[in-house]
Design a protein around this ligand. Structure first.
Ligand code: KIV
Length: 275
């Protein structure tokens, strides 16, 4: 049964059904990445609804320029760590580069993330081309999040980290891909660096929850790389990421401020979005 956040016990484990009910109730879903047990527990206790072990660990933990070098063993290792810190939050883990070239290989690797890493859902960077893989995972009982828009594993093809879906043709293709992946069985759509009006249109047209990062405020939930919102990531912070450490007493209060801002819609503001 769905219960409002203030009535939920700390130990009530989130499931996919909880997130779907949050979408229908118009309640925003607050999501963050984590890479170890201590931050997993901090996020869980601060009220984060969904924790992702992102392959962004290639950047923020391993110091690579891209997520391409991240391996399945890296993902399984960090998933095990984070999972030990979680009691309540829904737990999603990224499929790294080249871990899903065919449906069969994707299923073997997704099974590792669920059985060895404790994932409740896997995320893959998809376009319409991945529909067959999503369908196969779905048929075999693997919950899937399809990551559209900027797909960092494709950075060398895309030629940089740029807003995706600008212009009529590209926007129409992204909407078509989202509907195709939903039909294939994707349980969540994640949109990265997408113009806010297009993200709002996709959110209205699909039934599954839509989580955004740099995709404006008219989606069902928000996600950020933890180290970006805590202002730990070296170099320039992405425009869509607010520094929640500003004015916070420490990481726990910064994460609580993020959860509150996502819930009340004050984050993201227009300055964090793209046209
Ligand atoms: O790897 C990651 O952290 C992600 C988020 C940016 C959504 O995919």
């Amino acid at each position: 049964m769905y219960t409002q956040p203030e009535n939920r016990s700390q130990a009530e484990k989130f499931t996919l059904a909880t997130l779907v009910k949050m979408k229908s109730a118009g309640e925003k879903i607050a999501c963050l990445t984590a890479y170890d047990a201590s931050f997993g527990a901090l996020l869980d206790n601060a009220g984060v609804d969904l924790v992702l072990v992102g392959d962004s660990l290639g950047n923020v933990i391993q110091g690579h320029a891209t997520t391409v070098p991240v391996t399945m063993d890296d993902m399984v290792y960090h998933s095990r760590l984070v999972e030990r810190g979680l009691k309540r939050a829904f737990f999603m883990v990224d499929m790294p580069f080249m871990s899903y070239p065919t449906p069969e290989i994707a299923l073997n690797n997704a099974a590792r993330l669920m059985q060895e890493g404790g994932a409740q859902m896997v995320k893959l960077e998809g376009s319409g081309h991945q529909a067959e893989i999503v369908r196969y995972l779905n048929k075999n009982g693997v919950p899937v999040c399809a990551h559209l828009g900027l797909r960092p594993q494709n950075v060398h093809k895309l030629g940089g980290f740029k807003v995706q879906g600008r212009g009529k043709t590209a926007a129409r293709k992204m909407l078509k891909d989202a509907l195709l992946l939903e039909k294939a069985g994707a349980d969540i759509i994640l949109l990265e660096l997408v113009p806010r009006k297009l993200a709002a249109e996709i959110t209205a047209k699909v039934k599954v929850p839509v989580i955004g990062i740099g995709a404006g405020g008219e989606v069902d939930g928000q996600i950020l790389v933890l180290y970006d919102m805590l202002d730990i990531t070296p170099g320039r912070r992405p425009r869509f990421a607010r520094n929640f450490m500003e004015g916070a007493g420490g990481p726990r209060t910064a994460v609580e401020a993020y959860v509150k801002a996502v819930r009340d819609g004050s984050y993201p503001a227009l300055e964090h979005s793209f046209d």
